[in-house]
Write a protein that binds this ligand. Structure first.
Ligand code: GLY
Length: 606
């Protein structure tokens, strides 16, 4: 047999292995390989549902609908049909990459000063003001209509059955409930801020002693099963019109902390938007991500582009102080631009092409030296229109990432969210409402009175950090599907996963196991290692080496949830008879999956 790897990572793979970067720690998770299809999610039940749909002939989009509806049940702190999502999708039949913006929208009545007197982030989060019009139901319907293969109703069965029969509450959900309960000044009705909604309180909490229901509790959610039945039967209109929409608007307007202003018209008027992907080249690989209102595609692209411009500063392995230094400096520059320029491009002018312009990135990369540059100022990318003020917020995270490749060659990267843990904490018909609007800048102008690109405006979508990404090889074939939850750290997690695979030849699981580092134009954060989950390393030694370069370093826990699939295509000829007749040409596809054990990530497929 003559095996020729057609799509393969650069020769650095060998360099990396010889430098000791083949991870041999027996305790760490290792990559899963399949040949036909693969799904990676943050929860084993969601992964199983997706794998089942793929197995019975479903497309990546069919599997996504099953995964999304199960995640809304079993990982409700992160995602659900009351939230929003971004998708980057490769349609193999048409050899086309599209992105879908299913971001939540501000109500038509929203004004710029929405959060100015809301009493700070936590109070705004736990209120009706923070709820954006959800995008997930319309997203599922839109994607299925274009790219689905199995009957729509079939895709709701796994989540519906689990909601009716019950599932075991995870340790993660239980401990996050406990964390929020502990932040309440009192647990009495009328005095609770977190779980102030009596329905969510009863579902997640032992009401007699105000403790979180423990891991393993059998959770049954009949209202959710009924909502799914309505969606399965009537489509997304069942959510955006009629009794479900009326209940959402009533819950927002009747919020026990601060009432919001979402109306049934806001729900009826919601639309998802197909947008051009934001693409750039990194070391010959085409990296495509989500454009505005997400800052993800631009910031990930800038980090990679800035790094490529400085080979002189690149280290020899992922935890080499030089690699970490270069990555963090690129992060500083990327976050300075992101904070200044990115908002919903339907409302503000975002210099998308200019931010990834090769000349601009080369100029910006020249600002990187061997020592920490300190707070970076934004640059002036080609295409900037008028002055604007920055929005620097570092966000909490209630988000999940799903990566899927199907047997037809389609690839789907989706990051999906209710924003902070358990969204705004209010449950309607078995699902939680989001608090996505706290992703807007609370201040409409900066100190000089310049309008902030990410200020609140009616019907606008708040800026996101979600970075669903597809990477293509020189022949245009999908070679990597990646993305993560983690608030604004998503950008660093995703960019680092790409560097780990492309530059250092790590497989997806090895890439995930490497401790994280980043700088969001403030402190340099490096990850405290987690035994058995991340690669062991001397974090203090790395911090000392970075401090010698002028960094202010924090060694902290991280909450990534990377879901990565690598696609390796190979072609070979199998010899037949001696005269060469019968020589057969074979095409072989290997899918290599990595899931983040910092969460409950799992890989499924065949
Ligand atoms: N709510 C998280 C994000 O959109 O970045």
């Amino acid at each position: 047999m003559n095996l020729r790897i057609v799509t393969c990572w650069p020769p650095k793979l060998l360099l990396a292995a010889s430098a000791g970067w083949a991870q041999d720690d027996g305790d760490l998770a290792t990559a899963v390989t399949t040949h036909r299809e693969m799904v990676v999610t943050a929860n084993p039940l969601a992964t199983a549902a997706g794998a089942h749909i793929l197995k019975i002939g479903g497309t990546a989009v069919d599997a996504m609908v099953a995964v999304q509806t199960v995640l809304g049940l079993v990982e409700p702190q992160s995602t659900g049909i009351g939230g929003g999502a971004f998708i980057v999708y490769y349609d193999a039949k048409h050899q086309q990459t599209i992105t879908l913006d299913a971001r939540e929208k501000a109500p038509a009545a929203a004004t710029e000063d929405r959060f100015v007197n809301a009493g700070g982030f936590t109070n705004a989060w736990q209120s009706g003001l923070s709820v954006g019009v959800p995008g997930v139901p319309r997203m599922m319907e839109h994607m299925h209509a274009k790219y689905g293969r199995l009957p729509w109703q079939r895709l709701f069965v796994p989540a519906k059955v689990m909601a009716q029969r019950g599932f075991a509450l995870t340790e993660r959900t239980s401990s996050q409930v406990a964390g929020l309960l502990a932040a309440n000044p009192s647990c009495a009705d009328g005095e609770r801020l977190f779980f102030r909604d009596p329905v969510a309180f009863e579902y997640f909490v032992n009401t007699d002693d105000c403790t979180a229901k423990p891991a393993g509790t059998r959770m049954i959610n009949k209202p959710y099963a009924n909502t799914l039945k309505a969606l399965a039967r009537w489509g997304a209109d069942a959510f955006y019109h009629g009794p479900i929409a009326e209940d959402i608007a009533a819950a927002v307007q009747g919020d026990l902390n601060i009432p919001g202003d979402m109306t049934t018209d806001d729900l009826a008027n919601y639309q998802v938007v197909e947008r051009e992907p934001v693409c750039m080249y990194y070391r010959g690989h085409r990296v495509c991500g989500m454009g505005p209102p997400s800052s993800g595609g631009l910031a990930v692209g800038q980090i990679l582009g800035l790094m490529e411009n400085r080979p002189d500063l690149m280290g020899s392995d992922p935890l080499d102080v030089d690699t970490v230094h270069l990555f963090t400096q690129a992060g500083r520059l990327a976050f300075a631009d992101r904070n200044q320029y990115v908002g919903d491009s339907d409302f503000v002018s975002v210099p998308v092409a200019g931010m990834l312009d090769e000349g601009y990135l080369a100029d910006r990369a020249a600002l990187i030296t061997e020592t920490d540059m300190g707070p970076a100022d934004p640059g002036i990318p080609p295409g900037v229109v008028g002055p604007s003020g920055p929005h620097n917020a570092a966000k909490l995270s209630g988000t999940s990432h799903v990566s899927i490749v199907d047997r037809y060659g389609n690839a789907l990267s989706m990051t999906t969210t209710v924003e902070s843990s358990f969204g705004n904490g209010v449950m309607v018909r078995g699902f939680l409402l989001n608090n996505e609007l706290t992703d807007f800048s609370f201040a409409p102008t900066d100190n000089q009175g310049n309008p902030v690109a990410n200020r609140v405006q009616p019907n606008k979508r708040p800026r996101s950090s979600m970075s669903p990404t597809l990477v293509f090889d020189a022949d245009g074939k999908v070679e990597l599907v990646t993305g993560s939850p983690g608030g604004s750290r998503i950008i660093g997690y995703t960019a680092q996963s790409i560097v780990n695979v492309i530059d250092f030849g790590l497989d997806p699981q090895e890439a995930i196991n490497v401790p994280h580092y980043m700088n969001r134009n403030g402190r340099t954060d490096i990850e405290e290692p987690i035994p058995g989950i991340t690669l062991e390393y001397d974090a203090q030694a790395l911090a000392d080496a970075l401090e010698a370069k002028g960094h202010n370093v924090g060694i902290i826990a991280q909450t990534s949830g990377l879901s990565i699939i690598q696609v390796v295509e190979s072609e070979y000829h199998k010899k037949g008879k001696k005269n060469g007749k019968g020589r057969k040409h074979h095409h072989h596809r290997l899918l290599i999956g990595g899931a983040d054990k910092r969460r409950d990530g799992t890989v499924g497929g065949r």
